[in-house]
Design a protein. Sequence first.
Length: 352
Amino acid sequence: MAERNILVTGSSGLIGSEVVAYFGREGWSVHGVDNNQRAVFFGAQGDTRRIQNRLLATVPRFTHHELDVRDRPRLLDLVAEIRPQAIVHAAAQPSHDRAAAIPFDDFDTNAVGTLNLLEAARRACPESPFIHMSTNKVYGDRPNTIKLKELETRWDYDDPAFENGIDEHFPIDQSKHSLFGASKVAGDVMVQEYGRYFGMPTCCLRGGCLTGPNHAGVELHGFLSYLVKCNLNGREYKVFGYKGKQVRDNIHSYDVARFMSCFVEAPRIAEVYNLGGGKDNTCSILEAFALVEKYSGRKQLHTYVNEPRVGDHICYYSDLRKMWGHYPNWGISISLDQIVREIVEGDGPQFS
Ligand SMILES: NC(=O)c1ccc[n+]([C@@H]2O[C@H](COP(=O)([O-])OP(=O)(O)OC[C@H]3O[C@@H](n4cnc5c(N)ncnc54)[C@H](O)[C@@H]3O)[C@@H](O)[C@H]2O)c1
């Protein structure tokens, strides 16, 4: 078979870098787009150059393009030149909390950048699967209206309708999103529209907590990676509200890349999936402390701030049944325990 090529934006980030490595191993020629904007958003701790250099050294058919997805003319030219057979869009301002301080950068990146890439794809390669990294923050804080029960170390749903988690029919509007959630809604709906209106094979992956050793974790984004960093460096982790019992479902970036590969091989039109670790890969912050301590052997220092983050979910886990139904060969292959062990044993988590 002739060599296939894929375009990955945000290629130096957690998800982008995993996708580059995954498709590279599968024999694809991979074009990455990243401008290390994460270091601009979060400072030196968010710097992704080390990951970019590792990809250049280890992925044989990888080309890095130093390009901002907000640069419409250059992005249109690049996609026209490459005409990729698949596109994964993972470049973003990814922080819920950071967005309010940088509203233009946030919206221009998350909403307009996504439109730039969609239109570039429609003009050059409308038949190529287009996978967009969306987020569970498109549901705003409405998940907090689900009846909850308080257990010893976590919150959980107290409503049988959500026994398996939150599915893709959950409403996305008329709740508080943060500016980040709102800019991601704009991108998400636009990706769906290019699918429905133009018949393009698009999908939105509404991520829960996506994680892994390649995350340049910072306080405002990448909770597990940042928590491990704090633990290994003897720093205090700040817990914001909900008694530290707030629940997240965690998925390793490798399982995200595996799902993307399934979609690329059997694409559908205008799909939406809630992509997280599901119920089996959930933990509260308190439970995450215990897990990290188990693998690092160090006590987790922490302080408690009796004020939740604005719009933070008290309990969120994804209902994975739609993904399993559409792609029966896909499932979670890396457990939460393995994820934490890998992050603890990884070479990344140092403060600069
Ligand atoms: N990590 C999570 O827990 C999580 C959860 C839900 C959704 N998501 C979504 O998944 C996607 C990827 O997240 P991630 O965790 O890999 O983030 P990340 O910050 O690790 O990676 C994003 C990459 O995009 C690059 N980038 C940012 N703005 C850019 C621009 N204007 N032009 C070019 N490159 C730019 C950054 O430099 C970075 O390398 C994002 O859309 C994010 O919203 C992530």
